[in-house]
Design a binder for this molecule. Structure first.
Ligand SMILES: Nc1ncnc2c1ncn2[C@@H]1O[C@H](COP(=O)(O)OP(=O)(O)OP(=O)(O)O)[C@@H](O)[C@H]1O
Ligand SMILES: [Mg+2]
Length: 365
């Protein structure tokens, strides 16, 4: 559309852009003390994460759905000299919370290091522009700062995603940074000292356990907050509903957000299979090999909405989610298929208001 501003054409905006109006409104009413270099007070950051109505009438949307206490611990950790580790199963909003924390506290969620097995120390410290290095020798102008170095210099938060995928010796380059709050640059015979406001938010997934455990020296420098799987069906349904509503709008899907019951049914399937038990506790179930995270439930609904929008009548139905469900649940073509088939025959088929889902799922099996 020609009327779109450049920002509206961005597929996925950073949290501080997407929720700029909320952050501004919070700043306007925020009279609580702010730690040095924080854009908002811990109180306002909590409101930004948990949602609420401000005294000036502005509505803040909840970003994290779950226990407020966990967010309070995360926020107050960042105001101390300890770093924050968000830990938990896949799809429990670790990256999501980390992005929003950085957006609300530093006004910038873009300082990110993605942890991978092949990552080198320069990703956490600094690298060199080799053309310049060879031409002029080592100088500050030839140095390429990492996001961590940038955060140190600016007193901002830096995010390290999937910290446990980073090889142990590379992880250890964070120790000096976290304990001495400085990054030595021996080549230039200097150091970069952290400005107030600097801290690290790392995320790690407990399914990756054993890949590279955190060294105990590093672990001591983090406070760990474990993000749980949503406690209830209602909570998980709300998470999925909120996310698909936003995603649908961002992608401009010509479709209505599906009815709550339709979302609830999908979330029920995920929860029952994850728990290995029907919601009424009467039937034991085999569990599939995949994680069946909330994030996957979100994408099943989202794909269903896209199918309904483009090849259906704009209203998501059982037929639009059946193949998404199959894809999310059957990761191992042999074992998981048996699990799914058994669930369809013993649970889905027996529920009188799930007949359409049963038929649609049988068709794609
Ligand atoms: N409790 C929750 N509150 C709000 N959103 C949630 C919650 N749990 C999951 N989500 C949603 O799930 C999606 C996936 O979350 P995210 O990518 O942050 O997971 P993760 O924990 O980083 O997973 P991974 O370990 O795979 O990296 C996000 O869109 C997020 O909105
Ligand atoms: Mg993540």
């Amino acid at each position: 559309m020609s009327t779109q501003s450049p920002n509206e054409a961005i597929l996925r905006q950073h949290a501080e852009q997407e929720f700029a109006h909320e952050i501004e409104a919070l700043k306007a009413v925020d009279e609580h003390p702010r730690p040095p270099n924080w854009a908002l007070s811990p109180w306002a950051v909590r409101t930004y994460l948990m949602g609420g109505t401000l005294s000036n009438g502005v509505e803040i949307s909840p970003k994290y759905i779950g226990q407020a206490r966990l967010m309070e611990i995360a926020i107050s950790t960042l105001a101390t000299d300890r770093a924050l580790l968000l830990y938990g199963l896949p799809g429990t909003a670790k990256s999501w919370v980390s992005e929003h924390l950085a957006a609300a506290i530093s006004g910038d969620s873009t300082l990110v290091v993605q942890g991978t097995a092949g990552i080198g120390e320069e990703a956490l410290r600094y690298g060199w522009n080799y053309a310049r290095l060879i031409a002029d020798g080592p100088s500050r102008a030839a140095l390429v700062p990492s996001p961590v170095m940038h955060a140190l210099e600016h007193g901002a938060l830096v995010r390290v995603e999937e910290l446990t995928r980073v090889p142990a010796d590379v992880q250890d380059s964070l120790i000096t940074i976290l304990s001495e709050k400085t990054l030595p640059v021996p080549e230039l015979n200097t150091e970069v000292q952290a400005r107030k406001g600097f801290n690290v938010i790392a995320t790690a997934n407990n399914r990756d356990k054993g890949v590279n455990e955190l060294s105990s020296a590093l672990k001591r420098r983090f406070n760990t907050v474990v993000l749980p799987v949503p406690a209830t069906l209602e909570e998980e349904t709300e998470i999925v509903e909120r996310r698909v509503g936003r995603l649908g709008r961002a992608l401009e899907l010509p479709v209505e957000t599906p009815a709550l019951q339709e979302i609830q049914r999908i979330v029920s399937v995920f929860r029952e299979l994850r728990q290995g038990m029907t919601a009424d506790g009467k039937t034991k179930l085999k569990t599939p090999s995949g994680t069946l995270s909330t994030a996957e439930a979100i994408s099943v609904v989202n794909s269903g909405m896209a199918l309904a929008a483009h090849f259906g009548d704009g209203q998501m139905r059982a037929g639009d989610v059946a193949s998404g469900l199959l894809g999310a649940i059957v990761k191992d073509p042999v074992q998981d298929k048996v699990v799914w088939q058994e669930y369809l025959e013993t649970v889905v088929k027996e529920r009188s208001d799930w007949k359409d889902l049963y038929r649609a799922c049988r068709e794609v099996l």
